[in-house]
Ligand binder design. Sequence first.
Ligand SMILES: [Zn+2]
Length: 243
Amino acid sequence: MGQINTPGLVLRRADYSDYDRMVTLFTPELGRVDAIARGCRRPKSPLMNAVEPFTYGEFQLYQRRERFSVEQCQISESYYELRTDYDRLRHGVYWLRLLDASVMPDTPQPELFVMTLRALAHLNWGEQPPELTTFAFELHFLALNGLAPRMDVCAKCGRPIDGDCRFDAHLGGAVCLDCPSPAPRISNGARRILMKAPRTAFDKFTLLEDRPEWPEAAAQCRAYVNAKMYMEKVAPELYREDD
Ligand SMILES: [Zn+2]
């Protein structure tokens, strides 16, 4: 109960009654917070710009029993470039949906919060293709949620893998070619990228651009995220065949 000051990133908003809006915030220590921003749709409301997706700032919230309201927000970054570039935007929207589907109330995730801000900075100002930044975000997101795929040993027989294999999303990683499996094959190059990527810094992902295996690794990773998070319902535009 009472006043709470916290950094927050707006994941989602929905209009509520005539002038209000419900916002979903991702905060480092409180996890997910759903809060009402009263009057934010009135002309000249100081909260007007604070309740847009991708806004990152210092939020002053008020908690009364289980309900939160947004009292004030000092915007730190609104990622303007990202919001005005359709290609970057659709990638960013996918990330917010992944976070919206995974961040829980009363569950601190400070590392995921910091990683998300770092990734958004790369998506907003970076030169590398958004596909590559999304690939980096997906693998770090999986790792910080304890879901990074295991690519160095067979998920069935436990033997070390050092070559082409299969990638079984359901079993959480690689399956050797000696074990029976209906999972899709993955090349050794793509397997090695998936093995190292969760521990690779964002600014190093640009080195993958010259590796012919990275689109295969990214496609396998997307299928894995899809299986883990059921995202095909949440971000269908990223699953079209012509992408
Ligand atoms: Zn095996």
